[in-house]
Design a binder for this molecule. Sequence first.
Ligand code: KIV
Length: 273
Amino acid sequence: MSVHAEIKRISVPQLMARKGQEKIAALTAYTAPFARLLDPILDMILIGDSTAMVGYGLPDTLSISADQLAAHAAAVVRSTSHACIIVDMPFGSYQESPQQAFANAARMLAASGADGVKLEGGAVMADTTRFLVDRGIPVLAHVGLMPQYVNTMGGFKAQGMTDESAEVILRDAVAHEQAGAFGLVLEGIAEGLGRRITDALAIPTIGIGATPACDGQILVTEDILGLSGDRIPKFARQFADVGAVIRTAVEQYASDVRSGAFPAPENCFGVKR
Ligand code: KIV
């Protein structure tokens, strides 16, 4: 007989039950310190492949690997106990076939302990969503502006601005819902379209540059804290200037090192005070 540890985290079914009841507040985290701070406050934390750009300084999200994301996800899972943890499937780890997607998703979940995966793609990826869900892997699908399609989209551009393209994105969303996705990230789409999709689906939508009508919102944590450099995306809001706090602390540290004020006797071993 096995004894199951009590699960205290917000589960995927609990997130789904939020639809129409209570908004889902989500952010990204890639490391233990951020995850620890975010966990008690948020419903969901995403280990996004945006860490390629935000954490590694790369120009896009295309070159982060499943092993790198799994390592970040393991750090986040180890440092949290409340929020539901979802990890991004990186570019090239799932597009080839549903079998490839399952092998990589299972490997990433086993290595990290995350609760589910997120994958980008329109209706063409719905079979993959179905394959994973049928085999026990919760899927958060991501439609609209899909950063992994940066080269085919010709840049990071808002999507669904014409009636025709809006219909395609609506069909993408419905296809993932029918395939069993537990939720849908709507990124960078026309506001009215986000509203339409949210009304049409029975699963929660989580917006990033979509509409306040979404069932939840997600942003990149560094964007809301003033840690993303000079340019914050139109869809984000800077809620604090943590960069300024860090600069002041580091200036003080450097000045104390240079003046000899740090380390002080209390920072040294074997010094009687
Ligand atoms: O990679 C990411 O951070 C995302 C967003 C939805 C925030 O996909």
